[in-house]
Design a protein around this ligand. Structure first.
Ligand code: G1P
Length: 289
């Protein structure tokens, strides 16, 4: 089986849930402590062996491309001032040359359409999709857990997690053949099921390993939930001819497209930092007496 080398990262969304913070700064660049959300996403993808990142961007997302390039003047100033620690931290975030591609989703037609926009760059190989709103903190990177599962079972692997039953209508929800351990064969999935109709409380949580045949289905996919072209609907069709497994990953998810999720992620990422954890704990303590 060929290695999963490429990841599609859809970043065209408006970030309405975190406006006005996302008015001029793409929501994917909002900060977690002192790094943008995307820095954590790239780190996770690298840990999973990803070698090429395909960003599906939209209008007003140009800052993302700039973030992953040199800022010549700033670097020169830091160098002149002998601020080598800061400069090194800055340089460490840069990609290797040529390992990022940017394609434009010209109309907000939905996640399925965004992924389809990456088809030419992905070509004919299995690939990952990472939804960057969902920051996953895990001992073994969440996408690495998915790749390891894929190496065992092949086909398509979807990372899932449990949510309270009254929240399932906000997500894609999966149905399983049986539930033994964390990796199980799927029998169906539905995008944003009406309240009380979800097949389980296991939601599609934003990491996927997919086969390239998905692109042919996305090309003809009708609009689904919310009037959008949904990735879930094409995956559901692909399930007729290919296997899908759901992996309940080990870790904690922070939905950074949401105000409280973003706040939680900031606190969690600060507390786990070797250089800042203790200071963060002291700074936060007065809020909890
Ligand atoms: C998307 C997917 C959905 C998934 C969710 C996770 O929905 O369509 O299946 O459960 O991300 O965040 P969206 O958040 O774009 O409405």
């Amino acid at each position: 089986m060929k290695k999963v080398r490429k990841a599609v990262i859809p970043v065209a969304g408006l970030g309405t849930r975190v406006l006005p913070a996302s008015k001029v700064v793409p929501k994917e660049l909002l900060n977690l402590v002192d790094r943008p959300i995307l820095a954590y996403i790239i780190e996770e993808a690298r840990a999973a062996g990803i070698e090429h990142f395909v960003f599906v961007t939209g209008r007003s997302k140009g800052a993302i491309e700039d973030y992953f390039d040199h800022q010549v003047e700033l670097e020169a100033q830091l160098s002149a001032k002998n601020k080598s620690d800061v400069l090194n931290a800055l340089l460490a975030e840069l990609p290797r040359e040529g390992e990022m591609s940017f394609v434009r989703q010209m109309q907000p037609k939905g996640l399925g359409h965004a992924v389809w926009c990456a088809r030419d760059i992905i070509g004919d190989e299995a690939f990952a999709v990472i939804l960057p709103d969902m920051v996953m903190d895990a001992e073994v990177a969440a996408l690495k857990q998915a790749v390891e599962a894929y190496d065992k079972v092949g086909g398509n692997v979807i990372v899932v997690e449990r949510v309270p039953h009254d929240q399932t209508h906000q997500y894609g929800v999966v149905a399983l053949e049986s539930q033994e351990g964390r990796l199980n064969k799927m029998t169906g999935m539905v995008e944003k099921p009406a309240k009380g109709t979800a097949p389980s409380n296991l939601i599609v949580s934003g990491r996927y390993i997919l086969q390239p045949e998905i692109f042919g289905l996305l090309a003809t996919q009708e609009k689904g939930a919310g009037g959008e072209i949904q990735l879930t609907d094409s995956m559901s069709r692909l399930m007729d001819s290919q296997s899908f497994h759901a992996l309940e990953y080990e870790g904690v998810t922070y939905d950074c497209g949401d105000k409280i999720g973003l706040l939680r992620a900031n606190v969690a990422m600060a507390l786990k930092r070797d250089d800042l954890g203790e200071a963060a704990r002291r700074a936060l303590a007065p809020f909890f007496v």
